[in-house]
Design a protein around this ligand. Structure first.
Ligand code: ADP
Ligand code: MG
Length: 363
């Protein structure tokens, strides 16, 4: 692999219609040099269409795509020099691993000697050097996908485009390949654009996530920032899980806003809630809620009862009923004394004044 830095991509007002159906709706997004960006959204949200437009296989109705500032919207795919990996392995079944990886180099007319050297380096990169002479069917699914990665990187592509590359793999293998992909990105220092509907994958892999719904870009930002500061109900619910509480602004104190839900008062950091607001939709992550011990206090304290609970190994997931608020989900760490967890048992829940985040209702 060469030491060249990754390239930057700009997507400007990208729109793709099929008949009167809008698959991608005015999406604008800047992807920085060497960045790992994930397009995350439910099935049908337009992720593949955006990636195909970037690759040059889909011609947009409106908008443009720029690589390092140069408009490539009308450039044919083969002249973009982008590497691609898809969900199905799509290796040539009758070719050995080495021949598969050499294929893009053969297409580009490289000499045998030059091909051999690059193939060796690419197989080293995905730790498959000793499998060079095998056929794809003699490899596991994860190994086949690593060959596909080597094949996509062997010709020093300007960008690597990944469309749900791990989704055909089982959970454990997927986690391994996630680690591998992350380390690969670090080692090759190129710009990766990944597509997934799997929020855990998006969180664990990406420098930045762009969240799509119905062909629209809803929000984008660093993974942790998005998780902590979802702009809308959809983002809060799609990236992780959340509880939603609709509350009225009751009064203001120095640094807090006091909200009311039925008979319950909630205390929020004032800075999160603008002055003129009357009602607020709060997103409250299950892991930000604590089960309070007797005598323990919190900025927000509510009486509840356990409606159901389950043991997850790493902790407990509890559904608690809150009078006037409804059911909310609480994640408690495994070290919690679980003798107290009985269906119907009274509990007290607590959370900090900055734990819940105001979000917008989806348009
Ligand atoms: P995702 O990858 O997020 O699942 P896609 O980009 O594949 O979504 O598709 C977005 C929407 O556009 C879907 O509703 C899909 O049915 C529609 N679509 C995609 N390709 C075509 C096509 N060639 N003709 C008509 N509709 C299409
Ligand atoms: Mg898709």
């Amino acid at each position: 692999m060469s030491e060249a830095a990754g390239h930057a991509l700009q997507i400007r007002g990208l729109t793709k219609r099929y008949g009167d159906f809008t698959a991608v709706d005015s999406v604008s997004l800047d992807i920085e040099r060497g960045e790992f960006l994930t397009l995350l959204g439910p099935s049908g949200s337009g992720k593949t269409t955006i990636l195909m437009a970037v690759a040059g296989f889909v011609l947009p109705n409106e908008g443009s795509i720029l690589l390092d500032g140069n408009d490539i919207t009308a450039l044919p795919p083969e002249r973009r020099n982008f590497g691609m990996v898809f969900q199905g392995y799509a290796l040539f079944p009758h070719m050995s691993v080495a021949e598969n990886v050499a294929f893009p180099l053969r297409v580009r007319g490289l000499s045998r000697a030059a091909r051999d050297e690059k193939v060796r380096a690419a197989l080293d990169l995905v730790q498959l050097s000793s499998f060079a002479e095998r056929l794809p069917r003699q490899l596991s699914g994860g190994q086949q996908q690593r060959v596909a990665l080597a094949r996509a990187l062997v010709f020093d592509p300007a960008l690597l485009l990944l469309d749900e590359p791990l989704s055909a793999l089982d959970k454990k293998l997927r986690a391994e390949l996630q680690e591998e992909l992350k380390s690969l990105h670090r080692r090759v220092g190129r710009t990766f654009i990944n597509v997934t509907h799997d929020q855990e994958e998006a969180l664990s892999l990406s420098d930045r996530i762009a969240i799509l719904n119905h062909g629209r870009l809803i929000q984008n930002g660093p993974a942790a920032f998005l998780y902590e500061n979802p702009r809308t109900r959809f983002v809060a619910d799609f990236l992780g899980k959340s509880n939603f509480i609709q509350a009225n602004v009751s009064r203001r104190e120095d640094h807090h806003v006091i909200l009311r839900v039925g008979d319950t008062e909630l205390r929020q950091h004032a800075m999160a809630i603008p002055g003129s607001t009357e009602t607020v939709l709060l997103s409250l992550r299950p892991e930000r809620i604590r089960l309070l011990k007797p005598g323990e206090g919190a900025e927000n304290e509510v009486e509840a009862h356990i409606r159901s609970w389950s043991y997850l190994g790493s902790g407990f997931s509890i559904v608690a009923g809150l009078p006037g608020i409804g059911d909310i989900r609480v994640n408690a760490p495994a070290n919690h004394a679980h003798e107290a967890l009985r269906d119907g048992a009274p509990i007290r829940l607590g959370w900090d004044a900055d734990a819940a985040k105001p979000v917008q209702e989806d348009a």
